[in-house]
Design a protein around this ligand. Structure first.
Ligand code: CUA
Length: 349
């Protein structure tokens, strides 16, 4: 029976590792690998404790049981043992110390962000820094040195340290990319800093896309507060930055004969900025790269149909989000046209 139980457990556990979505067990990059090693190390110590304690329990259980039926003899009564008490206090202390040393060392290593302030001869910051602002229920990514802002999809160069300033706009959230590292809290009242390195895409991760999650219960759509990370080589990253910068500062006039564009300007631009279309709407996610993304609203398949569903009834998809209920007055033609327009927004095409 024990064997079949173990078999079932194995199936469950292997199902966990087979899912790319939460892939802490397939780390990519220095932080993720360190966290994985710590995980294995602490599980090894725990396993050792379980084995030793189980053995002692079984030993006492069999050795000291009543020898035969009807035996009324009272065994020797033991009232405490200083030696034993010292042993079972000291061994856990030693084990906890062994566990604490690598944990503290790696925590300090990832919180070491001195490089964020380093500048080259021209006074430009040398480290790549991203300001992450968590909002109900989406993520804003600002590259302060490059002067660009995007949302829901972080773009980073592979195998380089990326420094993060984490904050929240409303309630507490937590920034977590299971395969790469984290989690660290996004708070309203302070900025948390750490760095991550996005390693070569690990097996099972497709097209260098990592999955990120909010890891702090923040409201009804907490579980849907996902984001993606696109990792590209340095040249492609520089190209992306240049394409993003090229859209900044331009103010295209809205083509009011185009139903999608006109509807967007009237109903969406107030909250959603699109670089190059000239707006400062910052209530909702910046949509400049919408057509390049992997998901709609972080959780739906990237298609026009998903986008139409989202615009028609955002509350049904992410309960409690701030876009709720404001677009129901749009006609199906307007929704279709505006979805076409938003899907066409791209810096890669
Ligand atoms: Cu944001 Cu959970």
């Amino acid at each position: 029976r024990l064997f079949s139980l173990l078999a079932v457990l194995t199936v469950f556990l292997s199902a966990c590792t087979g899912e790319d979505y939460i892939s802490t067990l397939k780390p990519a990059g220095e932080v993720g690998e360190d966290q994985y090693d710590l995980l294995i190390f602490s599980i090894s110590i725990m396993t050792l404790v379980v084995v030793v304690v189980s053995f002692l329990y079984l030993y006492a259980f069999t050795k000291f049981r009543r020898s035969k039926l009807g035996d009324k003899h009272i065994p020797k009564q033991v009232e405490g043992s200083h030696t034993l008490e010292v042993i079972w206090a000291v061994i856990p202390i030693i084990l906890l110390l062994i566990l604490a040393v690598p944990t503290i060392l790696s925590t300090y290593k990832f919180a070491d962000v001195k490089a964020m302030d380093e500048v080259d001869e021209e006074g430009n910051k040398t480290a790549l820094t991203v300001n992450v602002t968590a909002k109900l229920y989406w993520w804003e990514f600002e590259y302060p040195e490059q002067g660009i802002v995007t949302a829901q999809e972080l773009v980073v160069p592979t195998n380089e340290k990326v420094y993060f300033n984490l904050k929240a706009a409303d309630v507490k959230h937590s920034f977590w990319i299971p395969a790469v590292g984290g989690k660290m809290d996004n708070n309203v009242e302070n900025v948390n800093k750490f760095w991550l390195e996005f390693g070569k895409e690990s097996e099972g991760l497709k097209d260098g896309v990592f999955y990120g999650k909010c890891a702090e219960l923040c409201g009804p759509s907490h579980a849907l507060m996902d984001f993606k990370v696109k990792t590209v080589d340095r040249a492609a990253f520089d190209q992306w930055v240049a394409a993003m910068q090229a859209t900044e500062g331009q103010t295209a006039s809205v083509d009011s004969t185009d139903l999608g564009e006109a509807t967007f300007a009237q109903s969406c631009l107030g909250c959603h900025a699109v670089s190059g279309v000239g707006t400062t709407g910052a209530m909702g996610p910046n949509l400049t790269t919408f057509g390049d993304r992997n998901r709609v609203a972080g959780v739906l398949e990237h298609s026009k149909e998903s986008l139409e569903n989202w615009i028609s009834d955002p509350e049904a998809i992410k309960p409690g989000n701030l876009m709720t209920g404001k677009y129901s007055e749009l006609s199906p033609e307007e929704i279709s046209a505006v979805a076409d327009y938003i899907m066409s927004l791209s810096v890669e095409k």
